[in-house]
Design a protein around this ligand. Sequence first.
Ligand SMILES: Nc1ncnc2c1ncn2[C@@H]1O[C@H](COP(=O)(O)OP(=O)(O)OP(=O)(O)O)[C@@H](O)[C@H]1O
Length: 591
Amino acid sequence: MNPTGTDRSPTASWLATWRCLLKTAGGHAAALRNSLLGLLAAAIAQGLALACLFPLFRAVLSTGNAEAALYWLAIMSLLAIAATLLRWRAQGFEYNGQLAAMTHALRTRLGEQLRRMPLERLQDSRTGEMSAVLLGNVDENLNYTLAIANLIMLAVVTPLTVALAALFVDWRLGVMLLLIFPVILPLYGWRRPAMRRGMRQLNQAHRRTSADIVEYLQGLPVLRAACSEGAKAAALHASFQHLETVQTETRRQAAKPDVVVASVVELGLFGVAACGITWVVMGTLDIASLAATLVIIVRFSEPLATFVSYTMMLEMIEAALERIETLLAVAPLPQQTPAALPDTFDIRFEDVSFRYTQAGAPALAGFSAMFPACSMTALVGPSGAGKTTVTRLLMRYADPQQGRITLGGTDLRQIPSEALNGLMSVVFQDVYLFDDSVLANIRMARPEASEDEVRAAAKTAQCLAFIERLPQGWHTRLGEIGDRLSGGERQRISIARALLKNAPIVILDEPTAALDAENELAVQHAIDALVRNRTVIVIAHRLSTIVGADRILVVEDGQLIEQGQHDELLVKAGRYRTLWDAQQTASMRFL
Ligand SMILES: Nc1ncnc2c1ncn2[C@@H]1O[C@H](COP(=O)(O)OP(=O)(O)OP(=O)(O)O)[C@@H](O)[C@H]1O
């Protein structure tokens, strides 16, 4: 779809939306197409039924032919019944649950896309914006499609059918009625770019506000602690105000063409009536045709005049479809062929450079390092040095722009993503717990694990004592008890997950950084069990926690500047020594 779409005629753009809608509908496309074609047929049948008013009125008012009147009444009734049945059948798509199934399928597709998308792209999107696309845009896109299509067909196709039929009754009447359409369309085409822009701005403002609300709610505990709810509340208020401004502007943009089109329609229909009356007075048109025309005019003035309002909703659907298409179009990271699985787990970074899409400077610049198998390598260095980026690239959060990363000699890009995920366990400082039982929260690391295996992992991770104290033990929902688990307990659940996964590579991102001494000791015991005989990478700020590491890599400005064991690096009296001395002095002062 053309994201701006301002350069296309309304018809070309509607066709593009139609194609995009069918593409988005996936497996339900045929049913949706049939349903919309059914609505089209119903609108035509309704137009033909109304056109029967011409011969019917003539039979009643001019010739007094009862037989002909009954005949046309019967035809008109049959057409009206056919229109009702066709519409009923077409709308079955909605009330039979197919529409709900289609939105569900689309949401599932978008959910799968989130899993396939490079993590860098996902992280760059704000949570609230994603939820606005998955929920709001999917609903806007599909739920109202049938209703809007029905209204537009009743406003356009039915009057057009009657006007075409009127050509056969009296060509002058037909031409007059048909003239109203060519007048409406350029008017609509003229205002349309502004309406499109307005709808896209509105969609964007909705996403922004949705993201701001989610962030505000998620950050509320931190904001309260920092006594800065006010500042963020003001930011949220500004976001609401922006939404209001965009809404007002969109309404203003819609109001102008709405009034113009409504006036043109009213005046146009009035003009048709005036011409009809003149022709009757002049004796060139029979009164029955005029009566039928007047009934038709009364019938159509309302839907024709509100035509622009319906098309506004079409713009809204188009904007939502664009967002959905953009999300579905994000390609996963490429998988190089031939696919390969490593059987040893030493890791090598070879001259790796990487810059985040949103960043000005590279996070890693010509970084080369070796992480031997079955040993512990620590990454240390000042904040922003690139330590987390090293672990992210290893998990294929994104691909480096230069250089390569190998695992057991195999380029990461050759390893299928699911297999790669299966090779790594990660323990972060912040543990994410799902609103599910403790058992399920640990088992998610390996869903096929037996209950005994889950319990064994929890035992090794020193979780048993606190799990047994929970209100429903293993079946306590972690969402319900909220923050009643301490940082250390959450951390041990995360380690139990990693133990259960039993992956050959373990990444530890400062898991003990935020813990008190007692909790730190328990978590440290659990970590000791986790790292045995595995390739371990640990990110540490507190150097005292990695004194025993087999290798320490000192990273600064995205480059490896020193490496060795703790004692060697102290003797070297380089950057590591400076960092170490600074931390020792700080902790002495603290004591
Ligand atoms: N998603 C991102 N988009 C843009 N820039 C980023 C992103 N994540 C990190 N950076 C930048 O990349 C650089 C390296 O960041 P990284 O998180 O790897 O450092 P770090 O050594 O782990 O820092 P810390 O010890 O504070 O966690 C920093 O300058 C950081 O601002």
